[in-house]
Write a protein that binds this ligand. Structure first.
Ligand code: UDP
Length: 141
């Protein structure tokens, strides 16, 4: 079976809290490998394009402002069922609803500043990985 990849972003709030290492440790403990990574300060154009699917939502403008408010850690994670595994590690979008022990329950402050992004399906993972790591595929050999 092909090994899957997913895109993770440690958002500006979590980078500012200095918890990149603690979040990476959770990925590694769950059996996910860091396949590619970069710390970047997104441009407005990049943030708008990345979240284009949410362009019509009322929170879009604030989401873009938040995502460009400081550096983010962008990572391609690799492993069996990486997409679902990462979503489980992350917890619900709203940290108040996230299960105890998930990244968002432990590190996020609100539904807007919610510590991490993770691709939600193979189709989005393919697009998101290629957006930040051109030439990289959603499936590893
Ligand atoms: N978001 C927000 N307000 C909302 C819903 C979402 O600010 O009411 C932001 C939040 O940062 C979230 C992102 O928009 O992570 C994308 O939303 P989605 O529903 O795709 O959640 P996710 O897949 O990140 O759990």
């Amino acid at each position: 079976m092909a090994i899957e990849r997913t895109l993770s972003i440690i958002k500006p709030d979590a980078v500012a809290k200095n918890v990149i290492g603690q979040i990476y440790s959770r990925f590694e403990t769950a059996g996910l490998k860091i396949a590619a990574a970069k710390l970047v300060h997104l441009s407005r154009a990049d943030a708008e394009q990345f979240y284009a699917v949410h362009a019509a939502r009322p929170f879009f403008k604030d989401l873009v402002e938040f995502m460009i408010s400081g550096p983010v850690m962008i990572t391609a994670l690799e492993g069996e069922n990486a997409i679902l595994k990462n979503r489980e590690l992350m917890g619900a979008t709203d940290p108040k609803k996230a299960e105890a022990g998930t990244i968002r329950a432990d590190f996020a402050d609100s539904i807007d500043a919610n510590a991490v992004h993770g691709s939600d399906a193979a189709e989005t993972a393919a697009v998101e990985i290629a957006f930040f790591f051109p030439g990289m595929n959603v499936y590893a050999r």
